[in-house]
Design a protein. Sequence first.
Length: 92
Amino acid sequence: MNKTELCVSIANRVGMSQANVEEVMDAFVEIVLDRLADGEKVQLYRFGTFDIREREERSMYNPQTDTYSKIAQRRTVVFKPGKELKNLREEL
């Protein structure tokens, strides 16, 4: 399912226009990105949690060149599924 299909499904379910749903989805994504950029986590009840984690510097081996290189410390986004999403995975 892509963004357009998701917007159509939501619009049909809640009775809003597809354009309004798309506007809400865009605002949702912007807000989540802003919060994560500020170092906050975003929890969506029954769905999961988006969080920022620090990854330590590490070395990586490249077998094509037979060399090691350093990968700098960085921040990355992680997603932890909520209980309901975990249960769905077990049912599949």
